[in-house]
Design a protein. Structure first.
Length: 183
């Protein structure tokens, strides 16, 4: 259960980061309806009554998440996570719902959806930094892509969000460049 929850949080984190507009993609969470769809996909418990204020808060948070993903400096990552946690409404408690075993909720029951996500994802990122696994959150190395992803390889060697698309494009471009240089 704990492993499934971590994977769910990491996937939600990546989707949240990748919802940020960039040169290679539009904002995929421009309004409350899109934010509500995100909540329906990723939240297993808690409130889901998103509004404009909550959307604005999550937009600020996703910018902080992008900054975390874009730096390799663990001190900078920790500083941003500490800033997130300092501003979060965190009240840890043990909870169970349905047939799930007890687990920790980091947010109070009255927390808004944004507060819920910020508390959960902030604590997950803090745990990653503590364990030295935070560098697994990366941004694609392709110069034409800015997608974030979690590197799940044993040796932390993954460079591209999608080896079949971004990675292959880079390898083909390098091959063609070498062929041109050698005549």
């Amino acid at each position: 259960m704990l492993h499934e929850n971590r994977n769910r949080l990491r996937s939600a984190t990546v989707e949240l980061i990748n919802s940020t507009p960039a040169a290679d993609r539009p904002d995929t969470m421009p309004d409350v309806a899109a934010y509500q769809d995100f909540l329906d996909r990723w939240m297993q418990s808690g409130r889901r009554d998103a509004d404009e204020a909550d959307l604005h808060r999550i937009h600020r948070f996703r910018s902080q998440l992008r900054a975390i993903a874009e730096t390799d400096d663990q001190s900078v990552r920790a500083s941003i996570v500490n800033e997130v946690l300092a501003g979060a409404m965190i009240q840890p408690s043990l909870a169970t719902h349905g047939d799930t075993p007890f687990h920790i909720h980091y947010f109070p029951s009255f927390a808004s959806p944004a507060e819920h996500l910020i508390a959960d994802i902030g604590m997950e990122l803090a745990g990653l930094i503590e364990s030295g696994e935070d560098l697994r959150l990366k941004v694609c190395a392709s110069p034409t892509c800015s997608s974030a992803f979690f590197d799940t390889t044993k040796n932390h060697s993954r460079l591209y969000c999608d080896s079949q698309a971004c990675g292959n494009r880079i390898h083909v471009a390098n091959y063609r460049r070498r062929r041109t240089e050698t005549g």
